[in-house]
Design a protein. Structure first.
Length: 153
């Protein structure tokens, strides 16, 4: 299972139920990596998607404790046990954890690869993920060339 996220220099991931910024190159990378794959997402993050609809051309699995929560075109599970059962149907290399904060906290240790876009900027934020730089469970295996994007806010 893989994790994918964009973080600022303090490992912030969002503010007010929105992404910190939208960087076109990063959005393309996210789409390329997750297209025709399985994405695991929390309810709050799903609610931020356009019209609250699942990402197209992906199997969307939503983890929500709300037993009445349903989303057309997505699989909704209500516990880690249900999630584990659902994920058995897919190859682990095809599963991407895409957020938000509580989903990253619950599933990061189960992932063997993390694709992190680090933004060298500190945003006003209210949600973060654990700094993988400081975690003994993670090691940097590869780094891409630095990219610039001027319109961060």
């Amino acid at each position: 299972m893989k994790l994918i996220a964009a973080v600022d220099k303090h490992w912030a991931i969002g503010n007010g139920n929105k992404l910190l910024t939208r960087i076109p190159g990063d959005m393309k990378f996210f789409r390329k990596m997750t297209l025709h794959k399985v994405v695991v997402v929390g309810r709050k993050t799903m609610d931020t998607f356009p019209n609250g609809l699942p990402l197209d051309q992906r199997t969307n699995i939503i983890l929500s404790t709300n037993q009445d929560y349903k989303v057309k075109g997505a699989v909704v599970v209500h516990s880690m046990e249900e999630l584990d059962e659902e994920l058995k149907k897919y190859a682990t290399d095809d599963i991407f954890v895409i957020g938000g904060e509580s989903i990253y906290k619950q599933l990061a240790d189960r992932c063997d690869t993390a694709y992190i876009t680090k933004i060298d900027y500190g945003f006003h934020a209210d949600t973060w993920m654990e700094s993988l730089d400081e975690s003994p469970h993670w090691e940097l295996a590869e780094i891409s060339d630095e990219q610039t994007y001027a319109n961060l806010v």
